[in-house]
Design a binder for this molecule. Structure first.
Ligand code: ADP
Ligand code: MG
Length: 268
């Protein structure tokens, strides 16, 4: 498998008044192209920070971030923006749709930055993306005429319209009821299987980990667990003792991610 994202000893600190917050501490992992990866952990564990680094919205304080084969350290904001446009699609917890635009106009919006596209081509791409998420019938509706699940589908269509290699979704189900949230993850998995787009979503909900192929468990800014789903079982490696090789191989198998460690306190 080709690697699409690699983090090497990545740390991120924020200045908060006189204090420094260590949002990420020495995090290393890689993501294979074409997988669905969940970043799991309680509130404040560093999930959004990780997604922002992978999404080229923010830069690491130290360590290396490689996205789609490009080391992104030392890039100018313009270069990062260009790489982001070419490579990344975003989905947010609060959908972030423009209320005055229709579903289709929302999906078309990021395509306006593609100056090489004709108006017809933009429209065609938006229609194809809306169709992929099953929303053709409500293309002319505004967000307030749509349910939460439909809004999140519009956001998925918007992310897909640019043909990104990676779609990043920061707690995409947090504002949805459980069943609707599962529907959204099911849809992402379906699109992933069809288009081979890599999906990375964050969650504090252990129940949804089984929608992922891999998972990264975060605690207090540290990577604590890596999980790999194989034949409907999870192979978990406990990263806590990684430095202590004498403890031997700490891999273990669990039947479902519900039994897996790494996600505890629910987010408020
Ligand atoms: P999560 O998404 O898992 O809830 P975050 O990545 O948002 O976690 O935050 C990780 C830590 O970094 C938290 O302690 C949070 O308060 C802190 N943090 C995040 N963004 C900022 C910021 N812009 N300024 C200061 N601290 C921040
Ligand atoms: Mg967050």
């Amino acid at each position: 498998m080709t690697e699409i994202v690699r983090l090497e000893n990545v740390s991120k600190e924020y200045a908060l008044g006189e204090h420094r917050v260590h949002a990420l501490k020495n995090v290393s992992f890689s993501v294979d192209a074409g997988v669905v990866l969940a970043i799991a952990g309680p509130s404040g564990s560093g999930k959004s920070t990780l997604l922002n680094l992978i999404g080229l919205i923010d830069v690491a304080t130290s360590g290396r971030v490689v996205v789609d084969g490009h080391d992104i350290s030392g890039r100018t904001p313009d270069e990062l923006a260009e790489m982001r446009r070419r490579t990344i699609g975003f989905i947010f917890q609060t959908f972030n749709l423009f209320p005055v635009l229709t579903a289709k106009e929302n999906v078309e919006f990021p395509l306006l930055q593609r100056h090489a596209l004709t108006k017809q081509e933009r429209s065609r791409r938006a229609s194809v993306a809306l169709e992929a998420v099953g929303l053709t019938a409500v293309a002319r509706h505004r967000p307030n005429q749509l349910s939460g699940g439909q809004r999140q589908r519009v956001a998925i269509a918007r992310a897909l319209a640019c043909g990104p290699k990676i779609v990043l979704a920061d707690e995409p189900t947090a504002n949805l009821d459980h069943k609707t949230g599962e529907g959204i993850l099911e849809l992402m998995k379906e699109i992933n299987r069809k288009l081979h787009t890599t999906f990375v979503f964050s969650t504090h909900d252990q129940k949804v980990l089984d929608f992922a192929d891999h998972y990264v468990g975060m605690e207090d800014g540290e990577l604590r667990f890596l999980g790999l789903r194989k034949d409907n079982q999870w192979l978990i490696s406990d990263d806590r003792r990684r430095a202590d090789r004498r403890k031997g191989d700490r891999r273990r198998t669990v039947r479902s991610a519900d039994e897996a460690p790494g996600v505890r306190a629910p987010e408020q």
